[in-house]
Design a protein around this ligand. Structure first.
Ligand code: S3P
Length: 192
């Protein structure tokens, strides 16, 4: 079946971003970047990459193992490497780890090589989704109310950066398909 949204038909004022650049999904852990990213890539006929998956492959370790055995510093080095690499490629939808945009060099690269999309979700929804999650090292050791507080604090310290994205999507717990639809609509208006 023909792709209903062929990339060259997007109405960017420059006419160039969608064809030459990537789409980067940013936001907090649990916001749905990987799920939405896969669907979006499928819908637009683009490739999909998840930076955490690339890092885990490279390390031969899971993300929690990298943090516990080698430390967050090593994880961030790998993350910078992987961001540098994906930014050299084109035609991709990329789901970024929640901390990747906090690095200034990463952020410059991301903003300069594609359209950044912030999947904004409320701290309450994020806390509910991440309540029993054992795969996020930054939340390990926090349970119940403490975990919810930790999520609120981390989000508070990061949101100024996420809000610099070209497109901010208010997710409000909506299903991924609906969010994908909104992203596709909003991409038509991007002027960057
Ligand atoms: C992190 C988010 C995780 C992963 C790592 C650190 C963060 O990715 O990169 O655990 O700093 O917010 P997700 O946002 O995909 O959970």
């Amino acid at each position: 079946m023909a792709n209903p949204h062929p990339i060259p038909s997007w109405k960017f004022s420059s006419g160039a971003v969608a064809m030459k650049g990537n789409i980067y999904l940013v936001g907090f852990m649990g916001a749905g970047k990987s799920t939405v990213g896969r669907l979006l890539a499928e819908r637009l006929g683009m490739g999909f990459l998840d930076t955490d998956e690339l890092i885990a492959e490279r390390a031969g370790l899971s993300i929690p193992e990298i943090f516990s055995r080698l430390g967050e510093g090593r994880f961030r080095e790998w993350e910078r490497e992987v961001v540098g690499e994906v930014c050299c490629r084109r035609g991709l939808v990329v789901a970024l780890g929640g901390g990747a945009p906090m690095d200034d060099r990463n952020w410059r690269l991301l903003r300069g090589t594609g359209v950044t999309v912030y999947l904004r979700e409320t701290p309450e929804t994020l806390a509910a989704r991440l309540a029993g999650d054992g795969s996020r090292p930054l939340l390990a050791g926090y349970a119940g109310e403490e975990r919810a507080r930790r999520i609120g604090e981390l989000l508070g310290s990061r949101e100024h950066r996420y809000l610099e994205a070209h497109i901010v999507i208010e997710c409000r717990g909506r299903p991924p398909e609906e969010i994908v639809g909104e992203i596709v609509e909003r991409l038509r208006d991007v002027d960057c």
